[in-house]
Design a binder for this molecule. Structure first.
Ligand SMILES: Cc1cc2nc3c(=O)[nH]c(=O)nc-3n(C[C@H](O)[C@H](O)[C@H](O)COP(=O)(O)OP(=O)(O)OC[C@H]3O[C@@H](n4cnc5c(N)ncnc54)[C@H](O)[C@@H]3O)c2cc1C
Length: 414
C-alpha cells in the first residue's frame, strides 16, 4: 500500500508500518528495528518523517488526555491531535495557550517541528511542553522534564531522539476568543506600524500575495476580556462584511467564525474548523522565520520579488512568534516574524523560486520551518542555531547508531 503525506507530494518509502496497540508493543518494535521513525498525522511537506526501516504510527495507543488541575498540565499520547485535546480540555474548563492554523495535527508531530500559531506574546506550541516520555533505540522508556539538562534540546527533536509516547503540556483556564477580519491594509501603513498592527490582538495574521499596494486581509484574534472591543476603524482598513476564506473567492464555510463573535479558544485560534477534515491538500507550503529586528527589511525584500512569487502562490500568511530557549526552535533566542507561503502544487517551479527566496532572506538569518519545503543549499542552518552542536551531541548520546536517522536528517541536521 502506498502512503503519502497530506499534501500528496511525498510517498513514504519505509517498507514496514507498525500501529502498536500498547507502549510495550511499541518498545518491542523499536528494540528490534535497526531503522525506525515515528510518523504523526503526515502534515509535513517532505521526507522528514520517513525511514529506510520501519515507520511507527501511534494511532492505536490513543488514550483520553489526563488533566492534572493542581499542576495545571495535561498529559496526552503522542499521536493525539490538537482538536481531540481541545474537545477534552474545554468542557473541563481548561485551554492551551495557542494553536496552529489547523487542529488536525498531532501534538508530538507539531512540537517536534516547532509548529506555531501567531502572537507577539505567544511562543510556539513546543513551549507548552512540560515533559516528554520517549522510547529510545533499545526500546527503553525515558522521561525528560522541564528543568532537566536535556530538556531544552529534546522538545523540538525532529523525530531524531526517539518515539514520543506521551507529552505533558501546560494548560490554563479556558477562555473565549473573538476573530475579526479587516480588508486592504495599505502596505505603507503595515510597514510603518508593524509592531502596532501585530500587537493589536493576541494573534494576528496578514494575508497577501505580495503584489499591489495593500495587504488583502488581516485576521485578528483577541481573547475576550472586559476590555475587549471590536476595531471597525483598524488602520484605514475596511471591516469584512461577512466571513472570509484566506484565499480570494473561496467559500469560507470551513473557516472558524469571524465578525467578532466570541467563542471558545479552540473554535477561533485555528483558521479552519475541526469538523472539516481534508484528507489531502492541493498545495505546498514553505515558511521562513526572521528575527523581529529584520522584519520590515525582509518584508520589503519579499515584496520586491512579488511578480515572481505571485504566479506560483495561493497565499502568504505573515505571523509573529514570541522567542523561546528550545535549542532547535525556529524562535530560539528571540521574537520572530514568520513569512509563510502556500504554493500551488508545482514543486519543481516552487523549488526553483525557493533558491531565490532563500538567498534573498539569508542576510536576515531566516530559519526555515522544519516541517515545510526548503532547500538549505550550502547547508546554512548550523550557524543559525547557537546550540546546533549540542543537539548533535545529544542525538549521538541517546541514539549512537542513528536508529532514528533518515535521509532528511542526514541532509539537513546531523
Ligand atoms: C494544512 C496545514 C496547515 C499547517 N499549519 C501550520 C501552522 O499553522 N503553523 C505551523 O507552524 N505549521 C503548520 N503546518 C506544518 C505542520 O504543523 C508540521 O509539519 C507538523 O510537524 C505536522 O505534524 P504531524 O503530526 O503531521 O507530523 P509528521 O509530518 O507526521 O512528522 C513531522 C515530524 O515529527 C516527527 N514525529 C511525529 N510524531 C512523533 C512522535 N510520536 N515522536 C517523535 N517524533 C514524532 C516525525 O518523525 C517528523 O520528524 C501545517 C501543515 C499543513 C499541511
Amino acid at each position: 500500500m502506498t502512503l503519502t503525506n497530506w499534501a500528496g507530494n511525498y510517498t513514504y518509502q519505509a517498507p514496514e508500518i507498525h500501529h502498536p496497540r500498547t507502549v510495550e508493543e511499541l518498545q518491542e518494535v523499536v528494540a528490534r528495528s535497526s531503522r525506525i521513525r515515528a510518523l504523526g498525522t503526515r502534515h509535513s511537506f517532505t521526507d522528514i518523517a520517513d525511514s529506510h526501516g520501519a515507520l511507527v504510527v501511534l494511532d492505536g495507543l490513543e488514550a483520553a488526555p489526563l488533566i492534572d488541575e493542581e499542576a495545571r498540565t495535561v498529559t496526552v499520547t503522542g499521536g493525539t491531535r490538537y482538536g481531540t485535546l481541545a474537545q477534552h480540555l474545554h468542557p473541563a474548563g481548561w485551554a492551551v495557550h495557542n494553536l496552529a492554523s489547523l487542529p488536525h495535527i498531532s501534538v508530538a508531530g507539531a512540537i517536534a517541528t516547532a509548529t506555531h500559531g501567531s502572537g507577539d506574546r505567544s511562543a510556539n506550541l513546543s513551549t507548552a511542553v512540560a515533559a516528554l516520555e520517549i522510547v529510545g533505540p533499545d526500546g527503553s522508556l525515558r522521561t525528560v522534564r522541564r528543568g532537566d539538562d536535556d530538556f531544552a534540546g529534546s522538545v523540538v527533536g525532529l523525530g531524531v531522539l526517539g518515539v514520543t509516547t506521551k507529552v505533558t503540556l501546560d494548560i490554563e483556564p479556558t477562555y473565549d476568543v473573538a476573530q475579526e477580519v479587516h480588508l486592504d491594509l495599505p502596505w505603507t501603513t503595515a510597514l510603518e506600524h508593524l509592531d502596532e498592527v501585530t500587537g493589536s490582538a493576541d494573534s494576528v495574521s496578514l494575508f497577501t500575495d505580495w503584489t499591489g499596494d495593500t495587504i488583502a486581509q488581516v485576521w485578528r484574534k483577541s481573547r475576550v476580556t472586559e476590555t475587549y472591543r471590536t476595531r471597525p476603524d483598524f488602520f484605514g482598513t475596511t471591516p469584512a462584511d461577512g466571513p472570509r476564506h484566506p484565499l480570494p473567492g473561496i467559500d469560507p464555510v470551513n473557516c472558524t467564525a469571524q465578525l467578532g463573535e466570541p467563542g471558545p479558544w479552540h473554535d477561533r485560534l485555528p483558521h479552519f474548523r475541526m469538523d472539516f477534515t481534508p484528507s489531502n491538500g492541493d498545495e505546498l507550503q514553505s515558511e521562513f522565520l526572521v528575527p523581529r529586528a529584520h522584519a520590515v527589511a525582509a518584508l520589503e525584500a519579499m515584496r520586491s520579488l512579488g511578480d515572481q512569487i505571485a504566479p506560483l502562490l495561493q497565499i502568504t500568511e505573515i505571523r509573529t512568534i514570541a522567542g523561546d530557549d528550545l535549542w532547535l526552535s525556529t524562535a530560539q533566542g528571540g521574537d520572530r516574524v514568520g513569512l509563510h507561503f502556500t504554493w500551488q502544487p508545482r514543486q519543481g517551479e516552487v523549488e526553483a523560486l525557493l533558491e531565490t527566496i532563500e538567498s534573498v532572506l539569508a542576510p536576515f538569518n531566516a530559519r526555515p520551518h522544519w516541517g515545510k519545503l526548503f532547500l538549505n543549499r550550502g547547508c546554512r542552518l548550523a550557524h543559525l542555531y547557537p546550540r546546533w552542536d549540542d543537539f548533535g551531541e545529544l542525538a549521538a548520546r541517546v541514539d549512537p547508531d542513528r536508529v532514528f536517522g533518515n535521509d532528511w536528517v542526514q541532509r539537513h541536521v546531523l
